[in-house]
Design a protein around this ligand. Sequence first.
Ligand SMILES: [Zn+2]
Length: 303
Amino acid sequence: MTVPSPLVNTMTLGAWTVHAIQAGGQALDGGAMFGVVPKPLWERRIPADARNRIPLGMRCLLVEHEGGLVLIDNGAGNKETAKFLDIYGIDNAGANGRTLLEDGLRSLGHRPEDVVLMIDTHLHFDHAGGNTFRDAGGRIVPTFPRARYVVQRGEYEWARHTNERTAASYFPPNFEPVREAGLLDLVEGDRDIVPGIRVVHTPGHTPHHQSVLLESQGEIAFYLGDLVPTAAHLPLPWIMGYDVEPLVTLETKRKYLRRAADENWLLIFEHDASVAWGRVVHDGKSYRLEDGSGAKGQGPWGG
Ligand SMILES: [Zn+2]
């Protein structure tokens, strides 16, 4: 297990300063991360360790918006056991019993109490585990007590009604204390949340997964969430084995990567251990980053 570096990447998007903050490192089975793509192809992009795991990040996005701080996703939180953290290769411990996300916020001069809007792409534990934290007294409370938390209504229902395949990803302590505190705003479909920040329904990984479109002064960025978790997942058929509706993911990728290439969006990769963001091009065979990093599709694995 290793912590990705740097912890924080900063850029300007139109009028906003935007920070990508690594909430920790993660290591997951490479086969699961690349679904039906053969290992000889994916291991050239991201080599696996002795346990067949590949290094990943848990990159959150902090926007210094004119209306206050907006955060997108928050990593795995501080509530899980050492055994759990080992199984999922999570390395996210921060100062004072908290996580690297809080360390990253502090390094930027911010506190969790300063966040006014918390957008969850979905409620899987490695994206929304930091919605809440276990305090020194053992109580589980919202991490961002002054924020409105925005979640798709369908995702919240999906998280509350799990089956044998989905239950390992959804833990009520990650979202029920938020609802009980009256901080949860359930939305449906595409919707402007604050000026320039729009949630976009991007189904496939889960049926109600959402990505986030950010636009300021004509500059556009797209926080993909688990739609395209790393730059290596840009070719259309490179889809995670974790996705519950992989053929839906395929069509969602087809739709949004075309727009991203046509409209010069900056794509932000949540799970990539090293590539925070980049612009995508289609080279006639496959989508790839314009600087050539990430995967190149080959034969039937292009697109
Ligand atoms: Zn997920």
